[in-house]
Design a protein around this ligand. Structure first.
Ligand code: NAD
Length: 252
């Protein structure tokens, strides 16, 4: 859930999983994205491409009903969905309105529980769920504002859901991806500066690709990670371990 185009992190994960033999279904939000998602699905042999808006309970119900009819079960689910009003991703967090806050939290955080609840009955043999988060949940990143607060809540949700689902052998983890130029990222004020800063200061002196996030997705979604749940796993070229600007990084 969450492929918008071939730059989407969800596409990086879907592609790696499909390359390793998974049957993959896709959801898309809004008809404008259907024409981008359908050819991507076809390229990995999938014709299961379903509309889904997480603000609409009926559309989520319809997705899982179709999956039950077509497959009868689900082994894994990827939640790569987030949204905040563009005007709240600039300026001060202090100015976030109650409506902007509620929308960002609903789409970016509550939707994980909403889809996990619907996936649970299809995971009778156990399963694995992965969501996408960002370092802005842990530390203040300029302009990330309400999305940082929503991601902090998302990471806490992963821990609570891990307990709710664990006894049924369903695992749930978050991948904390470093900054990647995607459609969603374009909404964040001065995103190019964040990318450059990571490139100069991450231990590996670079940013990460959707393929690298995809490979971690494969690990967490498959039996390779059979003992791992409730975890926030960073895929950020090590950026999160660094405490200050690198000595050799130029001033920006
Ligand atoms: P993207 O724009 O490709 O994907 C975001 C997706 O969210 C889109 O497919 C969009 O249709 C979907 N979405 C938004 N509102 C929705 C709704 N109401 N119902 C259903 N779907 C909805 O961008 P991306 O960067 O691949 O984002 C995927 C996830 O990765 C997000 O959770 C994002 O916060 C997270 N993330 C991104 C970065 C980054 O730098 N790009 C870093 C860390 C985490």
């Amino acid at each position: 859930m969450g492929v918008a185009n071939n730059r989407s992190i969800a596409w990086g994960i879907a592609k790696v999983c499909a390359d390793h033999g998974a049957d993959v279904a896709f959801t898309y939000q809004g008809e404008a994205l259907a024409k981008r998602v359908k050819p991507l699905a076809e390229s990995v042999g999938s014709d299961l491409v379903l509309p889904c808006d997480v603000t609409d309970d009926a559309s989520m119900d319809a997705v899982f009903k179709t999956l039950e009819e077509k497959w009868g079960k689900l082994d894994f689910l990827v939640h790569a969905i987030a949204y905040a009003d563009k005007s709240s991703l600039d300026g001060r967090y202090l100015d976030t309105t109650a409506d902007q806050f509620a929308q960002a939290m609903n789409i970016s955080c509550h939707s994980l529980a909403a889809v996990a609840k619907r996936a649970e009955p299809l995971m009778a043999d156990g399963g694995s769920i992965a969501t996408l988060t960002y370092y802005g949940a842990e530390k203040v990143i300029p302009h990330y504002n309400v999305m940082g607060v929503a991601k902090a809540a998302l990471e806490a949700s992963v821990r609570y859901l891990a307990v709710d689902l664990g006894r049924n052998n369903i695992r749930i983890n978050a991948i904390s991806a470093g900054p990647i130029k995607t459609l969603a990222a374009a909404g964040i004020g001065d995103f190019r500066y964040i990318l450059k800063w990571n490139e100069l200061n991450a231990p590996m002196k670079r940013t990460v690709t959707i393929d690298e996030v995809g490979k971690t997705g494969l690990y967490l979604l498959s039996d390779l990670a059979s003992g791992v749940t409730g975890e926030v796993h960073h895929v950020d070229a090590g950026y999160h371990v660094v405490g200050m600007k690198a000595e050799d990084a130029p001033d920006m």
